[in-house]
Design a protein around this ligand. Structure first.
Ligand SMILES: NC(=O)c1ccc[n+]([C@@H]2O[C@H](COP(=O)([O-])OP(=O)(O)OC[C@H]3O[C@@H](n4cnc5c(N)ncnc54)[C@H](OP(=O)(O)O)[C@@H]3O)[C@@H](O)[C@H]2O)c1
Length: 344
């Protein structure tokens, strides 16, 4: 078995958990990248709150780290959208390093950022590496749903509803979910022409591709989730006042040329005491089907999927390879290097 060498790219909430999981699954961490002066120069174990030193110093020069460590893969958790991710992914590919990211748009960016994705695909192929987006969506919103749909004879509609707690993640996520903005500022932001794609749009893109269907029409609507009482935020270290935004809900609908309508309503907001994540999918047609996962631990399952995907990404052919083209995600009982094929 060969050992996998990984670079931790971004040391925030998610990659701190992923770092522990990688170390526990026999991955050698050969570099760590962050941005803020509070993190750079310190030991990764200390920054990630692991309670022990790893011997890896957090650095802020991605080109230097990616070009000098012979890493198999960069594990990236820094941003959500392809506009922010492009440079990070390009850099990894040009240094010949595979990359897996939890950037939500990277799950299936072919419809929302076709030019950037095609360019990255080209660069990755040229350098013989794979770029992939994964995260909580991988199993819960795409592959589990896909397996349930595989038990249908005829599908008319697929309707999903999911919610997750903004506070399970870091401040980057709270910012993206517009937490603590006024409703007027939220509406202004929504009216801007260049609003990034909803996570639901990319999720439905992956599902439609997985079903072998083609998109005839699609639409997205968004509504703010407004605090009905004061709501504390752990990740922002503050309390949001009544009447201010605590997140939002996107409703995405895709109609396929083949007559199937897929809808996904996804809420990311601060929770009140006692609330839990949901993942609830209903299928009409023959037969009627339902997939319901109460109380999904979305934060942790994001990191487990990011880590468990590492061997698949290393084994995959070069290019921007989206998850519906990868093998079914599997539990990894053994060190991750065990699952890397010769030549991977
Ligand atoms: N797909 C999924 O299921 C899923 C789930 C959770 C999160 N996400 C996404 O993953 C991203 C990270 O989430 P998180 O909760 O870990 O957020 P977070 O705690 O805010 O961490 C983000 C980290 O990225 C680092 N960073 C930003 N730009 C960087 C750059 N140019 N170079 C190096 N490091 C950089 C920041 O470093 P500094 O602290 O040094 O500034 C920060 O530590 C978010 O965009 C989030 O939406 C996806």
């Amino acid at each position: 078995m060969r050992r996998i060498k990984a670079v931790v790219y971004g040391v925030g909430s998610m990659n701190s958990i992923a770092t522990r999981m990688m170390l526990e699954k026999g991955v050698d961490i050969v570099g760590a990248l962050a941005r803020s002066p509070e993190k750079v120069g310190r030991d990764l174990g200390e920054v990630a709150g692991l309670g022990f030193e790893t011997g890896v110093t957090v650095e802020d020069d991605p080109d230097r780290v990616l070009s000098s460590r012979q890493a198999d893969i960069a594990v990236i958790a820094v941003a959500s959208y392809m506009s922010d991710m492009y440079e990070h992914l390009r850099r990894c590919a040009e240094h010949g390093v595979n990359a897996v990211t939890i950037a939500e748009e990277a799950l299936y960016p072919w419809n929302s950022s076709p030019m950037a994705t095609a360019e990255l695909d080209h660069i990755a192929r040229r350098h013989g590496v794979t770029l992939t987006g994964t995260g909580h969506q991988d199993v819960y919103w795409v592959n589990l749903v896909s397996m349930v749909l595989a038990t249908a004879h005829r599908i008319e509609t697929v309707t999903g509803r999911a919610s997750w707690n903004v506070d399970d993640f870091g401040p980057e996520v709270a910012k993206d979910q517009r937490v603590d903005t006024s409703v007027e500022d939220f509406d202004r932001w929504l009216a801007e022409a260049d609003r990034p794609p909803s996570f639901g749009r990319n999720t439905l893109g992956a599902l439609v591709e997985d079903l072998g269907l083609s998109v005839a029409a699609q639409e997205s609507t968004t509504r703010p989730e407004v605090a009905k009482q004061r709501v504390p935020s752990k990740s922002l270290g503050m309390t949001v006042d009544t009447g201010r935004v605590i997140g939002f809900t996107d409703v995405d609908t895709v109609r396929s040329h083949e007559g199937v309508t897929l809808t996904f309503e996804m809420t990311g907001r601060l929770y009140l005491e006692g609330e839990a994540d949901i993942n609830d999918w209903t299928v009409t047609g023959e037969p009627e089907l339902r997939l319901l996962n109460p109380a999904v631990p979305t934060g942790v399952t994001t990191c487990t999927q990011l880590v468990n995907r590492i061997p698949d990404v290393i084994n995959a052919p070069p290019g921007f390879i989206t998850i519906e083209k990868l093998p079914r995600l599997r539990y990894r009982a053994f060190p991750l290097g065990t699952y890397v094929r010769d030549g991977g």
